[in-house]
Design a protein around this ligand. Structure first.
Ligand code: N01
Length: 860
């Protein structure tokens, strides 16, 4: 038992009295916890207290950028404009503080210097620049993501004799630039918002731009009546917002920029441009942040718009962004930004071409010129996301500092916690969607998650919580895998830590969306705080593990399918299942372009059967790969794996002959085998007519198609031909009696279920026939003398272990075989070209395995 004198003074110590700090205080007070916040500023408001530069506004609409936790608060407050100005948002923060009487728990004008974990007392000891020391059971950094300014990294600032202003700490009394010559450095959101207003006042303005940014007109003004009407159903609207990717309701992009017509694409961009809504800019199409070509369609549209308003073409050249994909740096919203450069008294200097060398006593010098200014404005940005956290000397277990822990990047679990730092939380920390979302919504989610966690601990009589290293590493890896699928890493942005010299280059926010992130946080709590070690008088416990075990795009796919609540295939007739499978395929992204696609038919075992041939875009003749589609012998046809066939063709340089075969239950086993073997023989005999090279023949297939590919290799061996150079088997079915662990571990939840596999078998072959090696090639007595094989499997596939067993059995029989199991993937990953990008590497591997089969080809 802790002696009374030893008890921490407070339940919770909070740093910061911006929106996060305010809501934390309110929440904890409601819970009966004692909490106190320390705030460096002299009032509430955080970023909106400090950033008072002219033109400062939010780029999320006011109706969205406000608290939802209190229905009375959200109804009583009336915003006057679509995008609220800084003074109005600050008034709102002050209103919140007054309404809930929060100021009495805030120490203003007080900066927290240090926070040290005291293991013996299970509390944090916090010291401030006012000489105060307090301790509390929990310590929460609510210091904002864009609050620690980036140091001015231009030499000579101290020699300058004119006025210096920094957008992030603007004088409260404002600045009058009338009659002055002004130099402004920086063209991020702060520069782009302030330049038009400063230029309106100043006698002459010179803007120094290093990187041109994408900005779209804010279209500011009164709130549109339909947006205002949202207040009549505000709580429902907020709930909708919580389950969007950015935290603002809007249409969910399901289609692709590269598949709609040029006309539709331009019209949709025009609409975006006219609505002036940043949150939906990058999500108008599902591929905008994934595919460079898709991204460039939007970037080019914005570039054209920018050029259209700038009169001088040299100036337009400087202001037109080209260096990074649009939306991979925060896009800006402006009012008359580009028009400002049409004024005679406004200049732009491209400091990539003519770099600033120093600040001088009278202005600044570039390599080629000298400038004199009455005032210089620095709009040079922030040490984003980690700067404010590391500005406090935070020391966790064994005195380890957060700075040491984060030397190579901000290790975190859910962007909320850090292992080795018990009872410590961050609001909108690195690893959470934060700056890529509606911040107030994300703040609310974090505050509520922490509040629930503390409540859970109190109820369970637990006093200490700490993330495990496993969970932390898993989350960081998951975040990296998520951002690596996107174009974000291509920009030298503050998202990537690239704006601060020496800062580790990692994607700081979680880019997978507010909705996916909320689900992950909820899952952690629901699984007894998965990945946390909890302890106290109520005992010690740890449900260790990873909250997300599949690749991020696989998780997204599984979540989308779960949301759709589709009936299972196995509850349908074969006809119904086929119709649903076709419908599901229809929305798939297309595969790459190939040289030519030709449809035809081959003589199957019982009459003509269709094929589709994909020819590489290179001079022929080419080797030929006979491909068999997936679909459990029941679903699909020669066109259903179109994207995968294109991908294989484009990357392997081989003709892909996708041969259809008769399907069960109408034509049960061995009809599909007979057709597949007939297709192989026909392809071998007609290679030259098909544009192929006689003798350069391989087989490939996915799932049930891989079963057929494996079987025809055995049949060809036994029949003495045709000769097959190699077999590439993608998640093959090879054993009708499989009961290996993956059949049980992955029985449900990963698209191909055990029940569905049973349903396929039931349609295809009688139980008595399933031991036939033509149905279960793994059960063949002899696996020697077969073509070299690559077998790929997926970690979360019921068929994983039988595929692995087949590769092992081939090797044991002396056949050259390789097996690769892809972690975090599911049965359908490899065929989902464009949709499951984390399987791109696997698809490259398949293509190079095919290339390696053929004697005529150089290895890739
Ligand atoms: O900062 P920034 P910001 N020499 O980092 C340039 C949010 N915000 O304060 O791009 C010369 O974006 C730098 O050049 P480069 C919003 O999330 C929101 O404007 O590194 N130039 C860049 O042009 C935003 O993204 C709102 O080549 C130097 C500029 O300075 C974030 O805050 C309003 C330089 C910095 O741009 C940060 O915006 C304002 C140097 N040494 C801010 N160092 C709204 O809600 C830097 N630069 C609308």
């Amino acid at each position: 038992m802790m002696r009374e004198s030893n008890k921490p003074q407070l339940d919770v110590i909070v740093v910061g009295a911006g929106f996060a700090g305010l809501y934390l205080l309110h929440k904890f007070r409601q819970m009966g916890l004692s909490a106190r916040a320390f705030e460096a500023g002299n009032d509430v408001g955080g970023t909106w207290y400090w950033n008072r530069y002219p033109g400062a506004r939010c780029d999320i609409e006011s109706i969205d950028y406000s608290f939802s936790f209190d229905p009375y608060l959200e109804q009583e407050w009336e915003w006057t404009e679509k995008y609220a100005t800084q003074p109005e948002i600050l008034r709102y923060a002050q209103h919140v503080a007054e309404r809930f009487d929060l100021r009495r728990d805030i120490s203003f004008g007080t900066r927290v210097d240090q926070a040290v974990w005291d293991e013996d007392r299970t509390c944090w000891t916090v010291t401030t620049d006012q000489g105060e020391t307090v301790n509390g059971r929990f310590f929460i950094m609510a210091t904002g993501c864009l609050s620690q300014p980036k140091d001015i990294d231009i030499p000579g600032v101290e020699t300058y004799t004119g006025e210096i202003y920094r957008t992030h700490s603007w004088p409260h009394e404002g600045v009058d630039f009338s009659g002055k010559t002004v130099g402004i450095i920086g063209t991020g959101s702060s520069g782009i918002q302030s330049i038009p207003l400063i230029a309106e006042q100043a006698e002459h303005t010179t803007v120094f731009q290093r990187t041109a940014n994408y900005s779209i007109p804010a279209g500011n003004g009164p709130i549109a009546p339909e947006k205002l009407a949202v207040k009549q159903r505000y709580q429902d609207y907020r709930e909708e917002a919580r389950w969007t990717s950015v935290g603002v309701p809007g249409k969910k992009a399901m289609d692709f920029a590269l598949t709609v017509s040029e006309e539709e694409r331009q019209q949709r961009y025009e609409d975006l441009w006219n609505t002036g809504a940043i949150p939906h800019l990058g999500s108008e199409f599902a591929d905008l942040l994934l595919d460079e070509k898709a991204n460039d369609t939007l970037a080019e549209f914005v570039r054209r718009k920018i050029r259209s308003v700038i009169e001088d073409s040299n100036v337009a050249d400087i202001l037109t962004p080209t260096e990074f994909p649009i939306c991979t740096k925060r896009a800006c919203l402006d009012t008359n930004y580009y028009q400002t450069f049409n004024k005679q008294n406004v200049d732009i200097v491209d400091i990539k071409a003519d770099p600033i060398t120093s600040i001088t006593a009278t202005g600044l010098a570039t390599r080629d010129r000298e400038f004199a200014f009455d005032a210089i404005v620095f709009a040079t940005g922030f040490d984003a996301m980690t700067g404010a956290l590391l500005a406090v000397d935070i020391r966790g277990c064994s005195g380890q500092s957060l700075k040491e822990k984060w030397a190579h990047g901000p290790l975190n679990y859910l962007g909320l916690t850090v292992s080795g730092f018990p009872n410590f939380f961050m609001i909108t920390g690195p690893g959470s969607p934060s700056v890529l979302s509606n911040m107030i919504l994300s703040i609310e989610q974090h505050v509520e998650w922490i509040a629930d966690c503390l409540d859970h601990m109190d109820r369970e009589n637990l006093t200490r919580i700490e993330a495990t290293v496993t969970a932390e590493t898993g989350w960081v890896d998951y975040g990296t895998a998520t951002s690596d699928m996107t174009l974000f890493p291509q920009a030298k942005s503050w998202y990537m830590g690239a704006n601060v010299p020496g800062k580790p280059r990692v994607c700081l926010p979680y880019v997978g969306g507010v909705d996916a992130y909320r689900r992950a946080c909820n899952d952690v709590a629901a699984q007894d705080y998965l990945g946390f070690r909890l302890a106290g008088a109520g005992g010690a416990r740890c449900n260790d593990g990873l909250v997300r075990r599949q690749q991020p795009d696989v998780v997204a796919l599984l979540e989308m399918l779960a949301e759709m609540e589709l009936p299972p295939f196995e509850a349908m007739s074969a006809e119904e299942a086929r119709a649903m499978s076709v419908a599901m395929n229809a929305g798939n992204p297309p595969g790459p372009e190939v040289g030519e696609v030709v449809d035809g038919s081959y003589p199957g075992a019982d009459g003509p059967v269709e094929y589709r041939l994909y020819r590489p875009d290179s001079p022929g003749p080419h080797p030929v790969t006979v491909y068999f589609h997936g679909g459990g012998w029941v679903l699909g046809d020669h066109m259903s794996d179109d994207a995968l066939c294109r991908d294989l063709c484009a990357n392997s340089g081989s003709i892909i002959l996708s041969a259809n075969y008769r399907h069960a239950p109408e034509a049960p086993f061995p009809a599909a085998v007979d057709d597949a073997f007939a297709a192989l023989i026909w392809a071998a005999e007609h290679a030259e007519t098909l544009g192929g090279i006689t003798g350069e023949l391989a087989v490939c297939g996915w799932s049930a198609g891989a079963n057929l590919a494996a079987v025809v290799c055995q049949l060809a061996r036994d029949a003495g031909g045709p000769e097959i150079r190699g077999q590439v088997l993608i998640t093959p079915v090879v054993d009708g009696g499989d009961d290996r662990p993956s059949m049980t571990d992955n029985a449900e939840g990963f698209v191909l279920t055990r029940a569905l596999m049973d349903w396929f078998w039931d349609h295809y072959a009688d139980p008595a026939q399933r031991d036939d090696p033509r149905a279960s090639p793994l059960l063949a007595g002899d696996l020697s003398g077969l073509p070299p094989a690559l077998v790929i499997t997926a970690e979360f596939d019921p068929l994983r272990d039988q595929g692995k067993a087949y590769a092992e059995a081939l090797v044991a029989a002396g056949t050259d075989a390789r097996h690769i199991n892809y972690p975090g993937q599911i049965h359908t990953s490899f065929a989902a070209v464009g949709a499951i990008r984390t399987a791109n590497g696997a698809r490259q591997e398949l293509a190079s395995a095919l290339r390696a089969c053929f004697r005529v080809m150089e290895p890739a």
